[in-house]
Write a protein that binds this ligand. Structure first.
Ligand SMILES: [Zn+2]
Ligand SMILES: [Zn+2]
Length: 533
């Protein structure tokens, strides 16, 4: 059973009579929403699919925590902005200007960026809530007043999770509320009094302002996270919500929030699913976590098509941490996916049950796509300088046929990936014979090169050519080990002579795609010179 089916089953057993389930994902627009945060949406998405396949209805809710305070200036802001943005610390994200100047606020910039990429991958939320709007509209006024009325009980609940000692004085002055100053807009405020009906709050601000908030009429206050979270569960009727694993720890916010939900708001907590972190494999040089450069879904979609991204996420249970590869592994990931994809549509029995159910969820009855092999595309892209008509023609030469529109999606990804993440994989055919290297070879190897030239003058298909290439350095008298060694040496020699590298794409693919008429001029003069001597 896929992990999402297990969660769905658990939800149904918790609420057997429920027809419609509310599944909530939540994200902070504190910067680019990276691919680790995307796991939140993915978890909700797969559980919703599982619930629907079991006959239930679902409501997918995305909540933006954009009324949280702007805590620190991210490292990846333009350099000339860093000083300026230090002045905005303490404002809600929704009130900080967009550093790139294209949206109404800092929050909106990152919200729209993420929402756009969700659209591209085909994940649509039924409801999107911007917490700044919800708070400012006064929607939560009763929830806030309830928290203020029960402030001492909330203190006691939080105290149970803390190591520091209980203090009667601290309890007396505990207000689970932060106020954005009505003069400077920041939360550098301190509550000084509270009316007996808990509706009017007096405060003073670091900026010198002394003022009051009328909770029923003004929206410039916000509950702290551990109270805000359960308060919102009551407003939205949330049944399921995933979160980073740190929330689920014994001291984590989920444990505190669920007790507040029960004792203060009289509701049951939603089912929680913690998930592990996601790392990036293949980031080198200045692209690292410490530089503040995050990989987001938008970037991932430039390297992988949606179905492969879903597959990468879905095959891991939420409790498994994993790395997403952007480096040399990318062709292998494509290859792995293509193999299971083909087997899936062939109804191959070798496909294990989990892989099959994972693909059931991802592909969801969609018709089979034509997937030109990524590793071959890579070779053909390189040697053709990315010219699509040439690539189409070369595919025909190696016995595969794809239309230009079938090549387009993966070709764009090959081009982007090669240029940004794997320029070392971009290969070029040598333009002239490499006499210098050839002279370092011993006579036996030179003989193989001669045999190579003779072989590629004969027309044959890819499979036959591969067999014949392996046969060139093979000797009847030699054992397996020696033959293997010689084959390796032969291929290495040919790669050096053809593309100036020790390794390369499948040799038969290269020969057929480029055409022997283009290969002979860079190898034949070598052996011609050799026999003349
Ligand atoms: Zn913007
Ligand atoms: Zn102020």
């Amino acid at each position: 059973m896929h992990w999402s089916d297990e969660v769905a089953k658990k939800l149904i057993s918790l609420h057997p009579d429920k027809e419609e389930f509310v599944l909530a994902a939540g994200t902070s627009p504190s910067g680019t929403v990276h691919i680790g945060n995307f796991r939140d949406a993915v978890t909700v998405y797969f559980v919703a699919k599982a619930l629907r396949s079991q006959g239930k209805k679902t409501v997918l809710l995305l909540s933006w925590d954009d009324y949280d305070r702007f805590r620190k200036v991210p490292k990846n802001l333009p350099e000339d902005k860093i000083k300026e943005y230090e002045n905005y610390i303490g404002l809600p994200y929704s009130a900080v200007p967009d550093p790139f100047g294209c949206h109404a606020s800092y929050a909106e910039h990152y919200e729209k960026e993420y929402e756009e990429s969700l659209k591209k991958i085909g994940l649509e939320f039924d409801i999107i809530r911007y917490q700044s709007k919800e708070y400012m509209s006064g929607r939560y006024k009763d929830g806030i007043i309830t928290a203020l009325k029960n402030r001492k009980e909330i203190y006691d609940i939080m105290q149970e999770f803390k190591t520091q000692e209980y203090s009667a004085e601290e309890r007396e002055n505990f207000y689970p509320l932060s106020i954005y100053c009505d003069k400077c807009g920041k939360d550098t405020t301190k509550i000084t009094e509270l009316s007996s009906d808990c509706n009017v709050v007096g405060y003073s601000c670091k900026c010198g302002n002394v003022s009051t908030v009328n909770i029923s009429e003004q929206g410039n206050s916000k509950l702290p996270w551990k109270v805000d979270w359960p308060m919102r569960w009551t407003y939205e009727g949330v049944d399921f919500e995933p979160g980073g694993k740190d929330h689920a720890s014994p001291q984590g916010s989920y444990q505190v929030s669920r007790i507040i939900a029960k004792k203060i708001y009289n509701i049951y907590e939603p089912l929680f699913q913690g998930y592990e972190f996601i790392g990036i494999k293949g980031l080198t040089g200045k692209m690292s976590g410490s530089s503040g450069l995050n990989i987001n879904l938008e970037e991932l979609l430039k390297i992988y098509p949606p179905e492969i991204i879903w597959w990468i996420y879905a095959k891991k249970t939420p409790n498994e941490a994993f790395d997403i590869s952007l480096g040399d592994d990318v062709p292998r990931i494509y290859g792995e996916f293509d193999r299971v994809y083909e087997n899936y549509y062939k109804n191959d029995e070798s496909l294990d049950e989990i892989t099959k159910s994972t693909l059931d969820i991802i592909l969801d009855g969609s018709p089979k796509k034509v997937n030109p092999p990524f590793s071959i595309l890579l070779t053909l892209y390189s040697i053709s300088n990315g010219k699509i008509d040439m690539i189409e023609e070369m595919f025909t030469k190696i016995g595969m046929s794809f239309k230009a529109e079938e090549l387009k999606e993966r070709l764009d990804k090959v081009a982007y990936w090669l240029q940004k993440y794997a320029p070392n994989m971009l290969m070029k055919l040598n333009t002239s014979p490499d006499f210098e290297y050839f002279e370092t070879l011993d006579d036996e190897v030179k003989g193989w090169v001669k045999a190579f030239c003779d072989l590629i003058k004969i027309k044959m298909d890819s499979e036959e050519l591969t067999t014949q290439l392996y046969a060139i350095p093979k000797k009847e008298s030699a054992d397996n080990k020696e033959n293997k060694k010689n084959q390796l040496l032969f291929f290495k020699t040919m790669y050096r002579l053809l593309i100036g590298e020790d390794k390369g794409p499948m040799l038969s693919t290269l020969i057929l795609a480029v055409g022997s008429e283009n290969i002979l001029p860079i190898v034949e003069p070598l052996v011609a010179g050799n026999t003349n001597n």
